[in-house]
Design a protein. Structure first.
Length: 111
């Protein structure tokens, strides 16, 4: 099975300061269980966001699937990230297709 996963970059940016508090919302714990043991929350927030995202990708890999390195970044009119599209598949041909069609717009790429 192939998956195209929508990750809310805007939410992660806007609410990260709440999520990293010990008594904060548990949304990230559901999204990436165990992330606190792998991410240094004292670093700059952009690095913390990237580390959380990379940890989440590592969890996907443990399931026997492979998230593609071509992450589509969808931005608003002010060039702020709204969300990331992450393609996940087990089959190499699916990744080849994703790479062929990904980034058809002039928006930036996460990786």
């Amino acid at each position: 099975m192939d998956l195209l996963i929508h990750v809310s970059a805007m939410d992660l940016k806007r609410d990260l300061h709440n999520y990293i508090r010990q008594d904060g919302p548990k949304d990230l714990d559901e999204f990436a269980p165990g992330w606190r043991g792998h991410v240094d929350t004292k670093r700059r927030q952009d690095i913390v966001r990237q580390d959380i995202f990379e940890y989440w990708r590592s969890l996907i890999k443990r399931l026997g699937t492979s998230p593609n390195d071509y992450i589509e970044v969808v931005e608003n009119s002010k060039s702020s990230d709204l969300y990331w599209l992450v393609f996940v598949s087990r089959h190499p041909l699916a990744h080849k297709f994703w790479q062929a069609i990904a980034n058809v717009s002039p928006q930036s790429r996460l990786f």
